[in-house]
Design a protein around this ligand. Structure first.
Ligand SMILES: Nc1ncnc2c1ncn2[C@@H]1O[C@H](COP(=O)(O)OP(=O)(O)O)[C@@H](O)[C@H]1O
Ligand code: SF4
Ligand SMILES: [Mg+2]
Length: 336
């Protein structure tokens, strides 16, 4: 099993790097792009949030990391490296060793990942055994991780079948399984969407607490910007298959550099004062990334569009303080 304690030096090392990642499918020599050239960097111990409306390509981006793309979808081009290793060049058998032991994924629906016919203990122990733990060690560690994820009665949970547990408890079991092998990176794809807000917050805080102990890096995928506000170091905002803004979290919330981010922030319920104002919806719908015309994909919904936005698609430009945005207009021109 791999140890996951990252020292202070390890913190600055690039752990996961996506370079010009394009995902889609080929049809009669034509490439239909859905994820259209994504660059991302996650350092050891760092937390990255990937945020965007449904259909923006978040899931396909993270699935491309471990080559888990469904059906005819494939990595059309680009590189994915993990701890200095080019994952795109690994054979399936080598990749399987990375999956689960070094990079763990937690999906949206616990019931698609948990085996309904096996008691929780068997599922955790099986995972650990597959990664080289001895029987006794696996049993001890099982109890330990169930306790770590805050399950109130680990002995009872161990003996339960998944359907005997609540949604929140199933989610915790999934996280326990993912964390049991001390991965260096945890990728969580909207793992809390099905849960109520309080449970969401608890799960996030839980992962954050565990992360501080182990030095594990985290990629947290969500359609809700509010969910990652307090928990990640950096946020990548995706729109129509691209990252349109990438910035340190605090900076992104204080001064968004892309009109889409600003609109997402405007749609967040305001905090404090004990009451929530109603959500301002962002007008219009996101375009289908596979059917984009020329120009900025956000232009139909953008209040600040100018002529150039119709013609050319902007790429990421540095906006200072570690912030990057793909917009032809500087925030000084449109932010009030
Ligand atoms: N298996 C698939 N085959 C073809 N297109 C797909 C498939 N899965 C997703 N897509 C398309 O890719 C786009 C991005 O999907 P996805 O990455 O799941 O978005 P997100 O996770 O941001 O909601 C969507 O528009 C969706 O229609
Ligand atoms: S490039 Fe133009 S249309 Fe696109 S977000 Fe910027 S101002 Fe709006
Ligand atoms: Mg998704």
């Amino acid at each position: 099993m791999t140890g996951a304690v990252a020292g202070p030096r390890a913190k600055s090392e690039a752990l996961l790097e996506l370079r010009s990642v394009r995902v889609g499918f080929r049809e009669r020599r034509h490439e239909h792009e859905i994820v259209r050239g994504v660059n991302l960097l996650v350092r050891a111990g760092e937390k990255l949030g990937i945020v965007g409306e449904s259909g923006s390509g978040k899931t396909l981006t993270v699935l491309s990391v471990l080559r888990l793309l469904p059906g005819r979808l494939q990595l059309l081009s680009g590189r994915v490296s993990f701890a200095g290793q080019d994952l795109t060049e690994l054979r399936e058998r080598q990749l399987r060793q990375v999956r689960g032991s070094q990079v763990a994924m937690v999906y949206q629906d616990p019931m698609t990942s948990l085996n309904p016919l096996l008691r929780v203990r068997s599922q955790v122990v099986e995972t650990l055994r597959a990664h080289g733990a001895g029987r006794d060690e696996a049993h001890d560690r099982c109890r330990e991780v169930l306790y770590q994820v805050g399950l109130p009665d680990p002995e009872r949970v161990e003996r339960s079948f998944p359907h005997e547990l609540s949604g929140g408890m199933q989610q915790r079991v999934m996280i326990a399984i993912a964390l049991s092998v001390s991965p260096r990176l945890l990728i969580a794809d909207e793992p809390t969407t099905a849960l109520d807000v309080t449970v969401q917050q608890q799960i996030l805080e839980l992962v954050e607490g565990l992360q501080e102990h182990t030095g594990m890096a985290v990629v947290w995928v969500t359609h809700d910007l509010g969910v990652v506000a307090r928990t990640v170091d950096q946020v990548a905002v995706m729109y129509a298959g691209r990252v349109v803004e990438l910035a340190p979290t605090r900076r992104l919330f204080a001064r968004p550099s892309h009109p889409y981010t600003a609109a997402l922030l405007g749609a967040l319920p305001s905090a404090g004062a004990g009451h929530r104002r109603p959500l301002t919806q962002i007008g219009g719908t996101p375009p289908d990334p596979a059917r984009l015309g020329s120009g900025c994909p956000f232009r139909a919904r953008c209040r600040h569009a100018v002529a150039r936005c119709e013609e050319e698609e902007p790429t990421l430009i540095g906006r200072g303080e570690g912030s990057f945005a793909a917009c032809w207009r500087a925030p000084e021109e449109w932010a009030s």
